[in-house]
Structures are given as structure tokens and as C-alpha cells.
Design a binder for this molecule. Structure first.
Ligand SMILES: Cc1cc2nc3c(=O)[nH]c(=O)nc-3n(C[C@H](O)[C@H](O)[C@H](O)COP(=O)(O)OP(=O)(O)OC[C@H]3O[C@@H](n4cnc5c(N)ncnc54)[C@H](O)[C@@H]3O)c2cc1C
Length: 416
């Protein structure tokens, strides 16, 4: 380790920490980044299925949510320092070539997440920041106007200012395990209870027959209490993905933060996988197909309408043998198949939890940080950014946009 005192220490070499280090070191201060993994930016390599959806150029303050505060007004001040447009300029300066896909999703042109990780590490180091890996920050104290950061193996680093960029609790295998919250608490902050977000929803039904299927549809989420049912989250439209034990896909993941399971209540996901039709129309469509393909197998009812596995699953739940003769399909079973296409219902028992979550809902209370500088209002010289704060966004590059925007604002302010 070259030195034991720095102007600025950044705890965590993830998305927000590397961006903060780049912005802070650009101001000419001595900056160290302390990372517990053996390499920086480990999570970035895994983002966007290895392609890293690093930004959403349509991200707006009202795209974001918070568990305990008003995210929109907070994010709007942070984006005032560096919003999506300014961040794209920053990445261009870093030498990253990118391309835009549907709904404002930005990816590196090469389609490799490595390009984003390399751009951040190269630029932070190029600006003068030192990155120390294998430094597991276990505590941070403020003593005599300096922050003292202690590693699990006993090493210490001191710094005049500290940027806390240790992420949330999601994606534990990439390094973030909630330690950042504990450190923030030890420095006087309150934390809104973190819950897994952008996470698949576990179902009681055996979904192995449809595992791997993706389809588009509307999903309504119902909470059924002793008094009756109520809508938990509004209908969500988009891709639904099935795994052997869970529902995922963008429209499911985006609402998953709401699944804080209460005792005594049960939860349902109701999928409309043929939303183009009213149920009565769908019955007519299926009747016409039954007539047109009367000499074929019952599978022809939904062949080319739904993916094969999903079609067989729906027919099976309606009591129709897909391999059986079409003439055996009764009116009642045909109506039941139509109803299932409009209301394919699953019992949600919870989320798949932290290992499968892409982000955290909850975190350090927003009233305890300045949204323009990210400096703590409780502990002078401490800056908070990324998932450590109580801000979360939907799928589509919004969470990295937030990590980079808040990291940039924190680094700029700390470096001044
Ligand atoms: C599989 C997966 C795919 C994702 N895909 C996308 C996507 O395509 N687009 C998108 O916008 N978002 C995506 N996300 C979410 C996004 O990656 C995170 O929201 C974002 O990385 C948060 O940035 P951060 O800097 O706050 O935390 P992180 O990126 O998690 O960085 C925190 C860093 O701190 C380090 N650290 C933690 N504890 C310590 C400690 N005690 N001492 C030292 N260092 C420590 C960690 O090792 C880590 O390097 C994805 C997440 C996952 C898990």
C-alpha cells in the first residue's frame, strides 16, 4: 500500500465508487478506492446478461422509487449535477463507444460489459486514483476530523473525506452484502429496511413444464387477506419469463419490490397472455380452430398462438390432452382454456431473495443526504451514493444510471 492517508477514500470499487473516484481525482486530490474483491467492478461484468445496460437515456427523476422518501425530488437534484445526457458525455470522454436499443437502453457498442468496467477503471486510475483490492472494509470511524477505515485483516487507511459506495444487499456474490448500511448506521444514519428488488417471484405451482418460456402479457398482482382480495400493484405489461419455480421477466421484476409478504395474507399473480382478445372473442377463435382442425390433435387449438410448452401447459390445466383428438375437446374445456389464457393464475409465496435480486429497495434515508452533493447531513465529509441510498429504479439501465449519477455528484463535491 503506497500511503496510509489520502484526501479522499472511496469504499467500494463498483459502479458508483469508480465513477466517484474518477470525478474526485479529476479535482487533483489524492484518492484511494478500497475494494474487498480481488478485482474492481466485478458486478458490472455480470450486468445486462454480460452486455451491461449501463444507462437509460430516457431515465427521469420520476422513474425512481424510494421506500421511505420522495425519490423524484431527490433524484431530480442529483440529475441536475449529472443526468443521463451528461453521463453519456462522461463515458464518451472515457472512450466508451455505445449504441442505443429500444426504450432508451444504452449498451457498449461491443456488446461486452467488460468495456464499461475497463473504461471506469482506466479512467479512475488515469485521473490519479489508486485502487486497492482485497481490502474488506469492516468499519469506518470519524476521529479528529479524519475517517479511519479498518480492513478485516487489521490494515487501516485514513482519509479527510469518505465516499461510501459499498452498494446494497443485492447480488451478494459480487461483493455487496449490506455492510455499507451498517457503516452508515455506525456513523449516525438511519436505514429504511432493505428488501430485494428486481427479483423473480417464487410460485407454489410446479413450473418446470414451462421453464425457459418467455411471452408477453399483462400481470396483475393480488393480495388476498382474510377480508378479501385487493390489487397489490397495478397491472404490469411486458415480458414474462418462467423458470421451474418462479416468474420473472421485466414486468414481474419491476413490481417485485412490493412483495413484502405479510403473515395471514396470500398473493396471486394473474397473467393475461392473450391480451389482444376479450375472453368471449377468444372463445370464438378457439371454436373456429376446433372446427378448422377437427381431424387433428387438440394441440392445434393453441399451436402458433403460444410457445409450444406454454400451450401444452394451458391445455393441460384446462383438462385437455394436447395429443388427444380435437373432437374430444368439449365446450366447457375450450372455455376453460380461453379463461386460462386470460387469467393464468399462480400463487406467489415470496421473492427469490438477495442472491437473485438485481437491486435493493431501501437504504440510507434520503433526508440524511444532500441530493446535489450527496454529502451526509449527519456526518460532515461523508458522501453516500448508489444503492447505499434509498433509491431504486426499474429494469432497463436505470439502476446503473443512478449509481453513476450519484457517484459522479459525490466525487465532484468531495473533490472540490
Ligand atoms: C446480475 C445483475 C445484473 C444487473 N444488470 C443491470 C443492468 O444491466 N443495468 C442496470 O442499470 N443495473 C443492473 N444491475 C443493478 C446494478 O448493477 C446495481 O444497481 C449497481 O451496480 C449499484 O451500484 P453501486 O455502486 O451502488 O454498488 P455495486 O456496484 O454493488 O458496488 C459496490 C462495491 O462495493 C464493494 N464492497 C462491498 N462491501 C465492501 C467492503 N466491506 N469493503 C470493500 N468493498 C466492499 C463490492 O464488492 C462492490 O464492488 C444488475 C445487478 C445484478 C446483480
Amino acid at each position: 500500500m503506497a500511503k496510509d492517508h489520502y484526501d479522499i477514500a472511496v469504499a467500494g470499487a463498483g459502479a458508483s465508487g469508480l465513477m466517484a473516484a474518477y470525478a474526485a481525482a479529476g479535482g487533483g486530490r489524492s484518492v484511494v478506492v478500497l475494494e474487498k474483491n480481488d478485482v474492481p467492478a466485478k458486478k458490472i461484468y455480470a450486468t445486462g446478461n454480460g452486455r451491461c445496460n449501463f444507462l437509460n437515456c430516457e431515465a427521469a427523476p420520476d422513474s425512481y422509487l424510494s421506500r421511505g422518501s420522495d425519490a423524484e425530488s431527490f433524484v431530480s437534484r442529483t440529475f441536475g449535477q449529472a443526468g443521463p445526457e451528461e453521463l453519456l458525455d462522461v463515458f464518451e470522454t472515457m472512450g466508451l463507444m455505445y449504441s442505443e436499443e429500444e426504450d432508451g437502453r444504452m449498451y457498449p457498442r461491443s456488446g461486452q460489459a467488460k468495456a464499461v468496467a475497463s473504461a471506469l477503471v482506466r479512467s479512475a486510475e488515469g485521473a490519479g486514483a489508486e485502487i486497492i483490492c482485497g481490502f474488506d472494509v469492516v468499519s469506518a470511524e470519524k476521529k479528529g476530523g479524519r475517517f479511519v477505515l479498518r480492513a478485516g485483516d487489521g490494515r487501516t487507511v485514513t482519509a479527510g473525506r469518505l465516499i461510501l459506495a459499498m452498494g446494497g444487499k443485492a447480488g451478494i456474490r459480487f461483493g455487496s452484502d449490506g455492510r455499507g448500511y451498517k457503516i452508515a448506521q455506525s456513523l449516525g444514519h438511519s436505514v429504511e429496511k432493505p428488501v430485494p428488488a428486481l427479483v423473480p417471484l417464487l410460485c407454489a405451482e410446479d413450473l418446470s413444464p414451462v421453464a425457459g418460456v418467455r411471452c408477453k402479457g399483462f400481470v396483475s398482482f393480488l393480495k388476498i387477506s382474510e377480508e378479501g382480495s385487493s390489487l397489490l400493484a397495478f397491472d404490469s405489461f411486458g415480458e414474462i419469463q418462467f423458470t421451474k419455480d418462479s416468474l420473472s421477466g421485466i414486468c414481474v421484476m419491476d413490481v417485485s419490490r412490493n412483495f413484502v409478504i405479510e403473515e395471514g395474507a396470500s398473493y396471486r399473480a394473474v397473467c393475461d397472455i392473450l391480451w389482444e382478445y376479450e375472453q368471449s372473442e377468444l372463445v370464438q377463435v378457439l371454436r373456429s380452430r376446433r372446427e378448422a382442425f377437427s381431424d387433428q390433435g387438440a394441440y392445434m387449438l393453441l399451436e402458433s398462438v403460444l410457445a409450444d410448452k406454454l400451450a401444452s401447459y394451458v391445455l393441460g390445466r384446462a383438462g385437455i390432452d394436447p395429443e388427444g383428438p380435437m373432437k374430444d375437446v368439449t365446450d366447457a374445456r375450450l372455455s376453460s382454456a380461453a379463461q386460462l389464457c386470460k387469467r393464468l393464475t399462480f400463487t406467489v409465496t415470496g421473492t427469490k431473495g438477495w442472491p437473485d435480486a438485481q437491486t435493493t429497495a431501501g437504504g440510507v434515508r434520503l433526508s440524511q443526504a444532500d441530493p446535489g452533493t450527496m454529502e451526509s447531513t449527519i456526518c460532515e465529509g461523508l458522501y453516500l451514493c448508489g444503492e447505499t441510498l434509498d433509491v431504486d429504479g426499474p429494469c432497463g439501465g436505470y439502476n446503473l444510471t443512478w449509481a453513476f449519477a450519484s457517484g459522479y455528484a459525490a466525487g465532484k463535491a468531495a473533490g472540490e
